[in-house]
Design a protein around this ligand. Structure first.
Ligand code: COA
Ligand code: MG
Length: 304
């Protein structure tokens, strides 16, 4: 799968921002029909997203579209109109506030029909947004509901509202954590989502960091998400892309170490050994799997 380190959310009704987003270095551009679009602009946003999908040259970018939540009057038309008119350009549909596998089935069936009707040869993916207590509880069922699921993404603001966490400013995790909770308030939610995503071979994407002027806070937040197994992070402003890409790109040192581990492992195998020492540390088969995973990522990003 193509890298999804940085996922820039762009309001669906703001054409100027679509052009700007296409010029920035985000791996994924998400054209948003949901919460960045006011009710009065919902119709225009849908039309604009279709127009931008068809008229801009997205080059190597992965383009996704976030539809409105399925309990609104907008969602079903978002799916029908965007996918019927421009489905061949859309990598994945992002479904907000996924609560249960039925939400995924619903989108999956509609996508089946449109793909057949419009002769869309590639399978459009689904990114399920885990941002409610029920969604997190049922993440394992959600991720198995359709072969279209590629990613789970954590929606921190709605999740906070859903559990009553009183996140007044929605900047995201990493901000003021020390004052609020001794430890990490989001550890459980994020880890649970990551575990469910990875159990079925999907990617896990972290929530955005709202304070786009605070690049140190963004870095802290991204480093932590990376440490918990996330493959990328949403962004809400182009200024955030470089930091996110950097954090989620394996460093040259990591790549060199991974190469050593993989090489040492082949030698060890030839000698009939499982565990070996590399640079004074024990390397066993679990370490080799980690090194191989990092190596694969580096290959995807054409770093090697
Ligand atoms: N995508 C593309 N371009 C963006 C952008 C985005 N998400 N956010 C800002 N820009 C552009 C602006 O249009 C502006 O372009 P210009 O210099 O050509 O005029 C430039 O980047 C600088 O923007 P800035 O003035 O710093 O920000 P702003 O005050 O215009 O907007 C936000 C701030 C937060 C309202 C805006 O970044 C935004 O709408 N982000 C997306 C929100 C979203 O999608 N939320 C839902 C998902 S959580
Ligand atoms: Mg949300």
């Amino acid at each position: 799968m193509k890298p999804r380190r940085s996922n820039l959310s762009v309001p669906g009704h703001m054409k100027k921002m679509h052009i700007k987003a296409n010029d920035c270095k985000a791996d994924v551009i998400m054209l948003d029909l949901e919460d960045s679009v006011p009710i009065a602009e919902k119709f225009n946003a849908r039309e604009q997203v279709i127009e931008s999908l068809l008229s801009l040259n997205w080059k190597t970018k992965t383009v996704t579209v976030r539809i409105n939540a399925l309990d609104t009057p907008f969602a079903y038309r978002d799916l029908l109109e965007v996918v019927e008119n421009a489905g061949h350009v859309v990598d994945s549909i992002v479904i907000p506030k996924v609560n249960n596998p039925g939400d995924v089935f619903f989108a999956d069936r509609i996508l089946n029909g449109i793909e057949m009707n419009k002769n869309i040869s590639m399978m459009i993916g689904i990114e399920a947004s885990i941002e409610t207590a029920e969604g997190l509880m049922r993440a394992a069922e959600i991720v198995q509901a359709s072969g279209r699921i590629k990613t789970l993404v954590f929606g921190i603001a709605d999740y906070s509202a859903s559990i009553g966490a009183r996140l007044v400013s929605i900047s995201g995790h990493g901000e003021k954590e020390e004052e609020l909770y001794p430890g990490h308030r989001w550890h459980f939610a994020l880890s649970r989502m990551v575990m469910n995503a990875k159990a079925y071979g999907n990617l896990a994407i972290d929530a955005p960091y709202g304070n786009f002027n605070d690049l140190d806070g963004l870095r802290r937040s991204a480093v932590m998400a990376c440490a918990l197994g996330c493959d990328g992070k949403w962004a809400i402003h182009p200024s955030q892309i470089d930091v996110i890409n950097e954090v989620f790109t394996p460093s040259p040192q990591d790549i060199a170490l991974a190469a050593k581990v993989i090489e040492a492992n082949s030698l060890a195998k030839a000698e009939g050994r499982g565990a070996i020492a590399v640079e004074g540390r024990m390397v066993d088969q679990a370490t080799v799997r980690l090194a191989t995973q990092l190596w694969e990522q580096a290959k995807h990003l054409q770093l090697i």
